[in-house]
Design a protein around this ligand. Sequence first.
Ligand SMILES: C[C@H](O)CC(=O)C(=O)O
Length: 317
Amino acid sequence: MKTNVKVLDCTIRDGGLVNNWDFDVDFVRDLYDSLNAAGVDYMEIGYKNSPKLVDTEGVGPWRFCEDDFIREVIPEKKNTKLSAIVDIGRVEVDDILPCEESSIDLIRVACYLKDIDKAIDLVEAFNKLGYETSINIMAVSNSLGLGLNEALKKVNESPVDMAYIVDSYGSLYNKDIQYLIETFKKYAPNKKLGIHTHNNLQMAFSNTIFSYEQGVEFLDTSIFGMGRGAGNCPTELILGYLNSTKYDVRPILRVIENRLLPLREKLEWGYNTAYAITGLFNEHPRSAIAIRKSNAKNNFLGFYDKLSSVETHEDIK
Ligand SMILES: C[C@H](O)CC(=O)C(=O)O
């Protein structure tokens, strides 16, 4: 195994997009203890958005990750570090405590390419507060070309620690990942790279291990693949692939049995033809998620035809 690799489990954060972050405290504690026992490097415990800037109705506490609350949930941090993500325009920098007063070690800034300057401003603020930082360029499959190169040059000049390739739509193949890694390495050579994949085309695991083999150091995963739509690269598969004494898959298998399987009986995530269709069209999975919640949940051909027709496409986006 390459010694610099880090596994970052984002079950609570990306899985929260499936259940509105409605995980109980025991569930999250058990996940933390299991990830720690498995040797996983980071657990992403949620979003650190401001309740003043997002709708709080029916949304669990992992959407906000308030410091006092996180300290109550995990009073004793072990080896596994904690991360939280923020969205542009949904975080109040003045509410973020200095890192030494918080349980969070890493703040990741999620942004679309157009907001790269705002992301860098946030990173500068969090860096001054003592956090590790990353910039996660979402929907990168829609952002190839000169704009990406220019953005990466700015990222390279910024104090950010990691630059992440984020396949939000799950529409990338190994050859696309190869191109992106080369581009990120060319224009942001000073930064560590990370990869976050979705499984719409059944490529999440393949693209993650491909990235690892190409020198990407931060690998995002989630237990049992729990994440929005088709879900993410399963933590258990990556630990198996890395096959190192540093990691132990057994605690993850236990938590799948005890925690994830009961949840999967109530909620849907993971590969499904509807998500494959948005992946094929390189689109956000929201229309597929809506279809899966409707009476037409298995009308895949109708959904495909709608997405491929100019007349009907816009109304379901
Ligand atoms: C920045 C995050 O990785 C957001 C996310 O999960 C996405 O797929 O986009």
